[in-house]
Design a protein around this ligand. Structure first.
Ligand code: EPU
Length: 343
C-alpha cells in the first residue's frame, strides 16, 4: 500500500513553492502501489486523482484544497536492449531527470546531454515534451508504460502514440488519467553532437571547442548546465516553473507585419511556413523584465520566467501572468499561452 499522508501541504513539492492543502497525499513507489492507489480512489468514489505529481516543476497551484494527490516515486534505471543503431534505456517515472541524464552519460550512453539540469522527474518529461538547446525529449523517447487510472489497464505507448508536439503530448491533453510508470529512451550508438542552438554553439566555442576539437557529450552537458545556471533561477533559491509561457507560433504573414513594425523581433522558421517568436523578448519589450507585483515577479535575467519572491500564492502568479498577457496582446496582438499546468 502506498504511504498515505493526510492533510498535507504541497509547498515543498512544487518548484514555485506555492501552498495548497491536500486531504490525501499518496506516495507511489511501484506498479503494485499504483494499482493500490487506484483502488484507494475507487473506494472514495473518485474517478480520478486531483493531481498526478512528479517533481512539481511545471505546476501552478491555484491554492484550492485538493482531495487526493498521487506522487510518483517509482525508481529504476537499466539498459533494456540494443539494436544496430540504438541503445535502449529504461527509467522509472520517479527518477530525478537530471541525475538520470548524468547517469546515462557516465555509462557512455550519450543523447540526452542537451536536456541537462531540467528540473523534474523522468515520468513528467514526455508529458510536456521537455526541450532545450535544440533537442526535444520526443526525439529520444522509444516508448513508455502508463497505468490508465480509468480502466486499471497498464498500456504501452509507442513514441507515435504519445502524439508529441511543442511542450505537448497525448498525456498533457488528458490530465490526471494516465500515470506513467516507466519511460524507455532510444540513445544513438553513432552519436553526433546537437549544437545548432546559437547560444550553446557560442558557449562551446568560448570553451575552446571547434570542428577540429569537438566537444564530448559530457562537455555539452557541462556547457548546458553553465548556461542554465547563468540565466535561469535555481528553484531551491527562487521559486519558479521555468518558462511560464510557450513561445508563440504564428503564420508567416502576421510575422512579416510584426517585423515591419518591430524590425528587431526574434523569429525562427517552423515547419509549415510558420514562425516561432521569443515570448521573453515580447515580455521584455512591454517593460516587465525584473518587475514585481507584491511577491510575484518577472525574473530580472529572463523575462519568460515568473518567480515567487517569497510568500506568493497561486492567485498572485495568475494575476501577474494575466497582466503580462494583456500587455503583450495590446502591444503586439499576440496571445501568450501558459506552459505549466494549473490545478
Ligand atoms: N529574450 C529576450 N529577453 C528575455 C529573454 C529572452 O529578449 O528576457 C529573447 C532573446 O532574443 C533570446 C530569445 O528570447 O535570444 C530566446 O531566449 P532563450 O534562448 O533563453 O530561450 P527561450 O525561447 O526563452 C526556450 C525554452 C526553454 C529552454 C530554452 C533553451 C520555451 C517556452 N522555453 O526558452 O525551456 O531552456 O529555450 O533552449 O520553449 C522551459 O520550457 O521551462 C524552459 C526553460
Amino acid at each position: 500500500m502506498p504511504c498515505v499522508q493526510t492533510d498535507a501541504d504541497l509547498s515543498a513539492l512544487n518548484t514555485f513553492g506555492l501552498p495548497a492543502r491536500v486531504r490525501h497525499l499518496l506516495r507511489v513507489r511501484s506498479i503494485e502501489e499504483a494499482l493500490e492507489a487506484r483502488a484507494f480512489l475507487a473506494a472514495r468514489h473518485a474517478a480520478a486523482p486531483s493531481l498526478i505529481l512528479g517533481g512539481g516543476s511545471n505546476l501552478v497551484l491555484r491554492g484550492e484544497p485538493l482531495d487526493t494527490v498521487l506522487k510518483v516515486e517509482i525508481p529504476g534505471r537499466r539498459k533494456c536492449g540494443e539494436t544496430e543503431t540504438d541503445i535502449l534505456i529504461e527509467a522509472g517515472a520517479g527518477e530525478v531527470w537530471h541525475d538520470f541524464v548524468r547517469w546515462t552519460l557516465a555509462q557512455g550512453w550519450p543523447g540526452l546531454e542537451n536536456l541537462s539540469l531540467i528540473p523534474g522527474m523522468v515520468g513528467a518529461a514526455p508529458v510536456q515534451n521537455i526541450g532545450a538547446y535544440g533537442l526535444e525529449v520526443a526525439e529520444r523517447v522509444a516508448s513508455l508504460d502508463a497505468l490508465d487510472l480509468a480502466s486499471g489497464e497498464i498500456r504501452p505507448f509507442s513514441a507515435a502514440d504519445c502524439q508529441f508536439g511543442y511542450r505537448d503530448s497525448f498525456f498533457k491533453r488528458q490530465p490526471n488519467r494516465w500515470l506513467i510508470t516507466a519511460v524507455r529512451f532510444r540513445l544513438p550508438r553513432h552519436w553526433q553532437p546537437v549544437i545548432r542552438y546559437g547560444e550553446l554553439a557560442s558557449e562551446l566555442s568560448g570553451r575552446g571547442f571547434s570542428d577540429a576539437s569537438p566537444p564530448t557529450p559530457v562537455h555539452i552537458s557541462d556547457a548546458v548546465i553553465a548556461l542554465r545556471r547563468r540565466k535561469l533561477p535555481d528553484p531551491a533559491e527562487l521559486g519558479s516553473a521555468g518558462s511560464f509561457f510557450k513561445n508563440p507560433v504564428i503564420d508567416a504573414a502576421r510575422c512579416a507585419a510584426l517585423l515591419a513594425a518591430h524590425p528587431a523581433l526574434p523569429h525562427h522558421p517552423q515547419p509549415g511556413g510558420r514562425e516561432k517568436l521569443a515570448a521573453g523578448w515580447l515580455i521584455e519589450q512591454c517593460g516587465w523584465k525584473g518587475r514585481r507585483i507584491g511577491s510575484a515577479g518577472c525574473h530580472e535575467r529572463h523575462a519568460l520566467i515568473l518567480v515567487n519572491h517569497g510568500g506568493a500564492v497561486g492567485q498572485d502568479i495568475l494575476q501577474l501572468a494575466a497582466s503580462i498577457q494583456n500587455d503583450v496582446f495590446k502591444r503586439f496582438g499576440v496571445e501568450l499561452e501558459p506552459e505549466p499546468v494549473f490545478i
